[in-house]
Design a protein around this ligand. Structure first.
Ligand code: SAM
Length: 243
């Protein structure tokens, strides 16, 4: 790959991912809007609508970054619920805390530096655990999925929003051209950081497509696993239950 990630060991990869997100934290929201032409807002809205989260629920948002989902969840769970906002990266978590605090959210949220591969929570704690545009950065995805299931209450749901594979082959060619040519250029223009965005594009390409991720969730023990393709499969929302 561009960074030679296939040759470096896993530990080093996690460090490099950390560097990428430290580098992009400040411009993260601007880039999200620029790269997706604003559509990421609709994908996130759909994920939260599908989550079934309601007043009084406890929610764990993994790889929360600047907290887009966390904020929506905090409004849904209300004063009797709880949202734990987490990320592996302190700079991104600080963005999330700022975003929620500026929106007047307090009292029903907590912030915690957490690696999605090893959750510092007891079994059966949460009604919903989400990871939005985060799983592709996790080295041991099977471990993260197993941890999500462990920490869900029986009846709880996992929500995975992630880039996926466009279902139409002509559209896929256009999309590949866009992501390989336009996104690194946008990164250069907006963040003066072509390499980080080149990495992001490559991480999207290497992420397991819809059916493969569905099977990984089944292997991790989730029930009733299903997914919705969004924007022609550029993104997929996977959901699974713990029974
Ligand atoms: N959830 C937010 C969203 O939907 O906009 C942020 C997504 S951002 C693209 C990916 C986030 O994953 C970054 O904030 C990064 O620090 C975090 N991340 C990467 N590896 C992680 C890991 N192993 N555990 C937890 N978070 C991780």
């Amino acid at each position: 790959t561009h960074f030679g990630f296939q040759e470096v060991d896993e530990q080093a990869k996690q460090g490099l991912v950390g560097n990428v997100f430290r580098a992009v934290a400040d411009n993260y929201d601007v880039m999200n809007d620029a790269m997706s032409m604003g559509v990421h807002r609709a994908w996130k809205w759909f994920a939260v609508a599908q989550s079934g989260v309601s007043a009084g629920d406890s929610v764990l948002d993994l790889a929360a970054g600047s907290g887009d989902l966390s904020l929506k969840f905090a409004n849904k769970v209300g004063p009797d619920g709880m949202v734990i906002v987490t990320d592996i990266n302190a700079a991104m978590l600080a963005q999330g805390r700022k975003r929620l605090t500026d929106a007047g959210i307090a009292g029903n949220v907590d912030y915690c530096l957490v690696n999605a591969e090893k959750l510092p929570f007891e079994d059966n704690q949460f009604d919903c655990i989400s990871i939005s545009f985060g799983l592709r950065n996790v080295t041991h995805k099977d471990q993260a999925l197993a941890e999500m299931r462990r920490c869900l209450k029986p009846g709880g749901r996992a929500i995975i929003l992630e880039f996926s594979q466009p279902t139409n082959s002509t559209f896929r060619k256009f999309y590949d051209a866009y992501s390989f040519n336009v996104i690194p250029k946008l990164g250069e223009l907006i963040s003066d950081d072509r390499d980080s965005y080149q990495y992001l594009v490559e991480s999207i390409r290497q992420h397991p497509p819809q059916e493969e991720l569905k099977q990984m969730m089944l292997d991790a023990g989730f029930d009733r696993v299903r997914y919705h393709n969004l924007t022609g499969g550029i993104v997929a929302l996977h959901m699974g239950y713990k029974y």
